[in-house]
Ligand binder design. Structure first.
Ligand code: NI
Length: 174
């Protein structure tokens, strides 16, 4: 396994639409292993492949990342079959939008079908925090970030802040 670099906003790659995976093979499993290691190291509870620059429809999640043994869930080509009409609100953050948080409303339940780590078809009926995390990660596959749900002003303030932070980091490296 290897750590990969997590891309942060603003970055055009994060706005790409990810492509469907044709085959769950060794290479894809290696990508999933790397993503999980990168997510745990960050630390975070969810990561989409596009966040490490790979435009494939792959997500890893582990809401109980502090538990041992770990309980990761791998989603390949996830599709929402059904969402509830009721919303729930969580304060969301994102490894690609470091240090920024905002309350976001999303359907509080979702029924998702996907392929697992071995390419086997699976379904999950998620609710609460898990439902929110799945939807947040699935947005990444469409090039959507949680800040896109905020007002124009709030979003542009966050992007400005992140751009400034990036410059500071570059200066230290040089
Ligand atoms: Ni995210």
């Amino acid at each position: 396994m290897a750590l990969r670099k997590i891309l942060t906003e603003p970055n055009e790659v994060l706005r790409q639409k990810s492509l469907k995976v044709e085959k769950v093979d060794k290479d894809l499993q290696k990508l999933m292993d790397d993503m999980l290691e990168t997510m745990y190291a960050a630390p975070g509870i969810g990561l989409a492949a596009i966040q490490v620059g790979v435009p494939k429809r792959v997500i890893v999640l582990d809401l109980d990342h502090k538990d041992k043994p770990k309980k990761p869930i791998y989603f390949v080509n996830p599709e929402i079959i059904e969402k509830s009409e009721n919303n729930s609100t969580y304060e969301e953050g994102c490894l690609s939008v470091p240090g920024q948080f905002a309350e976001i409303d999303r359907p509080d339940k979702c029924h998702v079908k996907y392929l697992d780590y071995y390419g086997q078809p699976k379904e999950i009926k998620a609710e609460g925090m898990l439902a929110t995390c799945i939807q947040h990660e699935m947005d990444h596959l469409e090039g959507i970030l949680f800040i896109d749900y905020l007002s124009k002003l709030k979003k542009s303030m966050i992007i400005k802040k992140l751009s400034k932070q990036k410059k500071t980091v570059e200066r230290i490296v040089v």
